[in-house]
Design a protein around this ligand. Sequence first.
Ligand code: Q9C
Ligand code: ZN
Length: 676
Amino acid sequence: MKTALVYHEDMTAARLLWEDPECEIECPERLTTTLGRLQQRGLQQRCLWMAAREASEAELGLVHSPEYLALMRRTQALDTGELQALSGQYDAVYFHPSTFHCACLAAGAGLQLVDAVLTGAVHNGLALVRPPGHHSQRAAANGFCVFNNVAIAAKHAQQKYGLRRILIVDWDVHHGQGIQYIFEDDPSVLYFSWHRYEHGRFWPYLRESDADAVGQGRGRGFTVNLPWNQVGMGNADYMAAFLHVLLPLAFEFDPELVLVSAGFDSAIGDPEGQMLATPECFAHLTQLLQVLAGGRVCAMLEGGYHLESLSESVCMTVQALLGDPAPPLSGTMVPQRSALESIQHVRAAQAPYWTSFQQQGSSPILSSSTCSSEGRPSPLLPGGPEFKAAAAQATAALRALLDKLYCRPMPPVRMAVALTELDAALVLPPDVLCQDGSAPQEETQAWARLHKALAKDKAFTTLGKVLYLLDGILNEQVSSGIAATLAPAAAAILDVAIRYSLSRGAQRVLCVAVGQLDHPLDLADDGRNLWLTIRGKEAAALSMFHISMPLPGTTGGFLNFILALVLPLAYGFQPDLVLLALGPAHGLQDSQAALLAALLQVPAGGRVLALVDEESTPQLAGVLAQVLQGEEPPNLGPFCVASPEDMQALMHLRGQLESQWKMLQVAGETGGPGSG
Ligand code: Q9C
Ligand code: ZN
């Protein structure tokens, strides 16, 4: 089994024994509701179930002081009055006689998960735990956190497995200052956190939560803070943060393991976060992380206090870990100005340490951020009537959204192949469906009339197979597919594939053509097809929907193009289907092609049809089959800085397109010549 789910019922024992409005949200129902929903959706059954064990004294000692551990152990014997008094010594913490046992299980669950992933028993997993961990410090409980579960897991991975690069992604809405303090001078742990900050006016009110806190000593550049200065951040803002901040750094860092401080108080409806990201956003975040570290992703629950939002978001995360395609993101993909300001600031603060941010220059624009919030939601006072109304509204909105999400069935087949010459030599993953099917003869004939090149025997046969595959994808029988095309007819087949898809109900088709494949001359520029050519040295936007970019010469250049251009365009366009065509002399390495296919699946809900040239190697088809099947792409190899020419082309295209495709923005609008 691919995905571990680590849990223990005992972790539901701790609860608040006195009146405290600040702490009451951290309740046992957070776990029981979430687990119930995982069962209801059939997700728990698909995971490898692991019963959490307690972390040992020595394991807790990887992070915490002996005195603190002794004190926490003694809480087991305290009466309610004493527990309340001790709780008062810390900020936003409550103790229960079972807290120590729960906290040992929470830390132990993280250790088991890391062991399961690093021994290869599973690919990835989620530890469903409480109390949470990321606020906890060497000798202090804080913000409902007793032991720092994720930090302990990271130290364990370093010590027991000798890992030298661990990425921690903290998508909880609060700053995990505990993790930051523990690793601030350690360059082997890259800590990324986004958090509600409001210019320092949100808990925990720390100066060091701002973007200019980058780490200490040798650890400078390995703490990355992205403070949100307004509430109401949504899917577009979170995606922009991943595409323009986290992922460029993560690829440059090249982690061996990804730990996620998976708090869902950053999701819609949460009383703490007051953000707007919908549950499927977490499937997207998870899938994007899975292209790192060979897919070794360990998520551990942190916050999340709106039970409905929490449990749906956890389901989405688990589904993504299991390899299911993500539902399309809801809402318009336009990041907010305040989010772009934050993104720009963190990129500027990190530029001295990461080449990915140096080359793109510091964008002009954006006066230092003011506290104005024209037209933006303002935070609600906790406990007030508006606050309760907002939570109820979120619940209703969630229901409607979920009804839509789940009425779309998951295709029974993850991937199908229609190959010709390649099949024999190809090593395909076991449960791949090899299609013999073909579209009906007359139908194929009708479409073949569009191009002379399609009349010939072999091209005609291929066209029939491609149409059949497309039909399977558009009818939601199959998620993704691979077909082999032969050189003289490839462009014609691609042209027909676009027209066929649009005639069969696809609203928007994204076509990524790599190598010698020309844009069909009379293809309508009506916004239903977005065409990207990747080839040679071309960098030109002929229209908003017809863009050529050069084939980058280095891994760094390649990553920049994918993260800064291809994915933002794909997220802005929101395609129903992606056609990824690798024409003759496409020039991509197998690992690059695999990464491209893996990443394009995320915005496309898994619906990618790869058309590979018949002359391609069986290795290429094999690796594409793997990622389209939901497996992790291979490593790109050593990171190599992008060439100045590639960066210039990227900046040029962004300058031309960012006023129309807002997901390209890494700062407020430039409004310079060429835009608009
Ligand atoms: N309304 C976690 O999410 N209260 N801890 C802040 C601001 C403390 C959150 C008060 C929140 C602690 C793991
Ligand atoms: Zn939180």
